[in-house]
Write a protein that binds this ligand. Sequence first.
Ligand code: GAL
Length: 570
Amino acid sequence: MYYGGDYNPEQWPEEVWHEDVALMRRAGVNLVTVGVFAWSRMEPAPGVYDFGWLDRVMDLLHEGGIQVDLATPTASPPPWMPADARNVTASGARLMYGSRDTYCVHSPVYREHSRAIVSELVARYGTHPALAMWHVHNEYGSACHCEHAAEAFRTWLQRRHGTLESLNDAWTTAFWSQHYSSWQQITPPMRTQWHPNPAHVLDWRRFRSDAMLEHFLDAKRLLAPTGKPVTTNYVFGSWVDVDHWAWSCEVDVIAVDHYPSSPETADEESAFAADLARSWAAGKPWMLMEQAAGVVYSGGRTLPKAPGELARHSLRHVAAGASGVLFFQWRASRGGAELWHHGMVPHAGPDSRTFREVCELGRTLGAISSADGARELLGLAPSRPAEVAIVWDDQAWWSLQSPSLPSPDLDYWEAMRQAHRVLFRRDVAVDFVSPSADLSRYRMVLVPCLPPISDADAARLRAFPGTLVVSFFSGVTDEHNRVRLGGHPGAFRERLGIRVDEFRPIEEPVKLSDGSTAGVWSEAVELRGAEAVAHYPDGGAAITRNGNAWYVSTRLDDDSLDRLLFTHCA
Ligand code: GAL
């Protein structure tokens, strides 16, 4: 079990490093991530390297018995980096250095400098005894709309669509006179007068994920000869820029950063994050790469964690199978943009509640040898394989970040959270699956929100023989964001035995005939073989059943969804 955090010795004088290692040993820390944002210290001028300080840090950590997750520092290029490497916004403005994440993965000069610094790290530390794994970059997610990006996008589109004709068709460019007569006319979605074309934006999001993955794979190829596993940390939350299913096939150790959004929901949010990470890992090792030692963010405020919460959130991940629990960061910074971010060693120093809890957690983790050990500490029954799956699709989420929707209340994140939360409260083991996953091992599959779906994936889901629970605004479009015609939800209406001819978003909650509370959305559902199990106040079908296929045409509150899943569908 790995335990530790991001360690940024470059922010501190060398005397502090000795204290750091002594405190790490006291806390039971055995792995630290080093160098994530240290590019300007490693390479103060182009091609001029200064690794003396890092040599000493690596040796010191090794002497202290602490392993290193050594980072490639490419998320924060130094000020000397040529402007061409910095990203251009959708308005055409080039961003300036002075913060972090100003990089363009399409820029040849950035790619070249990235490869050079990775090669230097491999040559210098590839056989260092402290090296446990490589940590590529940090939270991939910057967008760039420069000419390099446009060129790469066009090449990607040519591969995806083959001909301009088929791109025009897929993007419905007949709408608003957007027909392209040459590949050169196609650009990234730039700032324009009114709503962008949602199919254009969806392909752009797919392309960006693939392009960042290429940058990751560039580094991975260079790191491969060292034989050490390679990880990268996923951001968690609504800033979702990578297609996690595609990425997770390439990452050796899946790693998530998780910062709960409120103290009241932190526990179930942690379980949600852990189940997602475990599912993305699909049997490979995974870990909690970052969390905050002393704080939960809530509405822009940083609230201290209540006593015991630090351990509880960590154990949630271990209970789901995490092989490591790390924090951002080891020592709270004195200055810089995140000077008020907590550390395992807070500004007050080791004589603090946080550090005492950090040490206690180190002892606890040191004594646990399996996920069930953590489950026991949390008062949970031993783990068992999941029989229930929730379909998760980043691409569906991207499609819901569009302004071209029939209601502003369609919320992908909340739909996923709710489905998981209701199962979590009953301690039901659950996996997340991609829309193209093999579903044969599950008894029940939930599709809480999946607007675009390809024909092949739709056919696979329709053929699932177990209990299928589909919620509103799923299967309504194809993979190009084009509406499936002939009544909603086009991809599933036959299996569900229904046909919807009108969406009726609602503002105020309503009571359904079975006592359920519903809100956000309603529909005119016509029964075509299904039976209604709950009705709207006007008598229309709200929840339907066709054999073991259920349709929920509205947003139920948690208790109502619980009743549906555990009383009706069970
Ligand atoms: C993470 C990031 C860290 C740090 C942390 C603060 O998203 O990877 O570098 O900024 O947030 O919460």
